[in-house]
Design a protein around this ligand. Structure first.
Ligand SMILES: Nc1ncnc2c1ncn2[C@@H]1O[C@H](COP(=O)(O)OP(=O)(O)O)[C@@H](O)[C@H]1O
Ligand SMILES: O=C(O)C1=C[C@@H](OP(=O)(O)O)[C@@H](O)[C@H](O)C1
Ligand SMILES: [Mg+2]
Length: 215
């Protein structure tokens, strides 16, 4: 018979028949509490891609927490490490979902690297949403120096005009995280003009078994 065995076919289907793939690493940008880490992790699972969190990579490289780097070495040292780690992730790792820390995109070099190698998605959130989401944890050094509402409000004024330079903007509001993930997938599909192969969204929200405080 003329039927070919798919596994031993010496003439495999041409590449254009393969499902479209995300062409660039997705770089999530936004203020503390916007959901970069939480949405990024879920987005990676939906798109079946690796997830990296720049903050976790920094802590692994430094062998201590971000709060300890700020206290011991100061913010400029943290920013230098952050710049280096994000450049490495974007230039040396295959396409993945990357959650940055809220200050990363403020660095001109990092912005240039993101524009050159990634697609940036700003998770834009209102002040009250950011305050509610960040209030539960105390690991962010910038929010432990004074009133979090004042700090976040000042950072919004400074940073939102710069975050606006992102390729895409998605609102991060009170809707459930999976609904925001859906918005990001739709925005990416529109941006690249391709359907992205992705897993179905989780149907029901089962009772959480995560330890308290896990993003
Ligand atoms: N709809 C939502 N979208 C994103 N995060 C949400 C949402 N609802 C609650 N959260 C919680 O808010 C926190 C957001 O923090 P995180 O993802 O660490 O933000 P970032 O990395 O941008 O600072 C997490 O604990 C997350 O579980
Ligand atoms: O906004 C910032 O300058 C920072 C945000 C943090 O990350 P998240 O935005 O993920 O909280 C972390 O990188 C550090 O505490 C500084
Ligand atoms: Mg984060």
């Amino acid at each position: 018979m003329g039927l070919r065995n798919a596994t031993t076919d010496p003439h495999p289907a041409p590449a254009e028949d393969a499902p479209p793939r995300l062409p660039r690493t997705v770089v999530l940008v936004g203020l503390m509490g916007a959901g970069k880490s939480a949405i990024g992790r879920r987005l990676a699972a939906r798109l079946n891609l690796p997830f990296r969190d720049a903050d976790i990579e920094i802590e692994a490289a430094a062998g201590c927490t971000i709060a300890e780097i700020f206290a011991r070495d100061g913010e400029p040292v943290f920013r230098a490490v952050e710049r280096k780690i994000i450049a490495r992730l974007l230039t040396e790792e295959p396409v993945h979902i990357l959650a940055t820390g809220g200050g990363a995109f403020m660095d001109a070099d990092t912005r240039a690297t993101v524009h050159a190698h990634g697609v940036s998605v700003w998770l834009r959130a209102e002040l009250d949403v950011l305050i509610a989401r960040t209030a539960k944890r105390t690991h962010r050094p910038l929010l432990n120096q004074g009133n979090p509402r004042d700090v976040l409000s000042r950072l919004m004024n400074l940073r939102y005009p710069v975050y606006a330079d992102s390729d895409l903007t998605v609102v991060s509001d009170e809707r459930p995280p999976d609904a925001t993930v859906e918005l990001v997938i739709e925005a990416l599909e529109r941006h690249f003009g391709i359907p992205l192969p992705h897993r179905a969204a989780p149907t029901a929200a089962p009772a959480t078994s995560k330890p308290a405080g896990t993003p």
